[in-house]
Design a protein around this ligand. Structure first.
Ligand SMILES: C[S@@+](CC[C@H](N)C(=O)[O-])C[C@H]1O[C@@H](n2cnc3c(N)ncnc32)[C@H](O)[C@@H]1O
Length: 295
């Protein structure tokens, strides 16, 4: 089985100073890559994952490694971290990890439609109990709102042109698949879009994923809640946020500034992966890691 390659694992283990009996919450279980490394070193892990199929995959992997004794798993959104931790009597936490974004399994999952490089239904909901899909947004939002969405969440400079094309197309027929949307964007973009360094659908898909899964809101709500769970006694518990785009990193950065009485950020600037890691795992190239310690 192929698994998601975890990012900046050594940094996570070092900053968490993982040791036997210490308590950790992995807010973004994914394929369990980080959790497994913590479990192997004797840490106790509460793993949260909002995508049911992804959770099942991680659990099977953890069991397959014989590491389930120190693992508690919960299918749930990390914005409910306080309730989920309370449910399992998990308090005074030594380390809380947010490894944001999507696992490679999710990006390849034909039922999710997260990626323009795989043709599937234009859905994007990690949590199938959410009621609005990416197709709903694309087919029903007003021209103005869709433009705003692509601009604010995707930082897409061609938002207006892209949305005009979407609006004229959807008058004739609903846009229902990732390929339909991606082909439309490609046909509207100039040949040298972003000097050919980026696919024309990249930013629009990012914007839709963020909106459908209320990603930014989840993160803003979660960071102060997670910080309350960190161990107070010295050395204070630590929280690590690994983000992959500037909107997420800004939320983590602002959290650090606004919560100065609760946590201190350990490095002046966010850490990035070593060049050797980027060479081995291209996905890690945009990772930014911020580390906060309870005071
Ligand atoms: C980048 S992956 C994590 C990969 C993991 N660290 C590993 O090594 O396998 C991010 C995971 O977080 C999950 N996720 C995203 N938003 C979430 C949320 N609000 N609550 C819980 N899990 C979430 C995604 O479904 C995805 O599986």
């Amino acid at each position: 089985m192929n698994y998601h390659e975890p990012v900046m694992v050594k940094e996570v283990l070092d900053f968490f100073d993982v040791a036997k009996g210490k308590r950790y919450i992995d807010c973004t279980l994914g394929d369990g890559g980080h959790s497994i490394e913590i479990l192997k070193r004797g840490g106790l892990v509460l793993g949260l994952e909002v995508n049911e199929a992804q959770f099942a995959k991680a659990l099977e992997r953890i069991k397959g490694e014989g590491l389930e004794a120190n693992f508690i798993g919960e299918i749930g959104n990390f914005k409910y971290i306080e309730n989920l931790a309370l449910k399992h009597n998990f308090s005074e936490i030594d380390g809380i990890l947010f490894d944001l974004g999507y696992s490679s399994s999710e990006l390849e999952d034909g039922n999710l439609g997260l990626s323009f490089s795989r043709d599937s239904v234009l859905d994007m909901r990690l949590d199938k109990s959410l009621s609005v899909t990416a197709a709903d947004l694309v087919n029903t939002l007003s021209q103005k709102s869709l433009e705003k969405l692509f601009f604010e969440y995707g930082q897409e400079k061609m938002s207006r042109k892209f949305v005009e094309a979407i609006v004229s197309t959807r008058k004739l027929k609903k846009i229902q698949t990732t390929k339909e949307l991606s082909d439309l964007l490609v046909s509207e973009a100039p040949l040298n879009y972003e000097n050919k360094r980026m696919h024309p659908a990249t930013r629009v898909f990012q914007a839709l994923r963020i909106a459908v899964n209320t990603e930014l809101e989840n993160l803003s709500l979660s960071l102060p809640r997670a910080a309350r769970l960190l161990k107070r006694s010295l050395p204070g518990g630590r929280m690590i946020v690994i983000s992959f785009h500037s909107l997420e990193d800004k939320i983590a950065k602002d959290f650090g500034r606004n919560a100065r009485l609760v946590v201190r950020e350990l490095t002046k600037k966010p850490l990035t992966p070593l060049r050797s890691e980027v060479e081995e795992n291209r996905r890690s190239r945009s990772a930014k890691m911020r580390i906060f310690e309870k005071i």
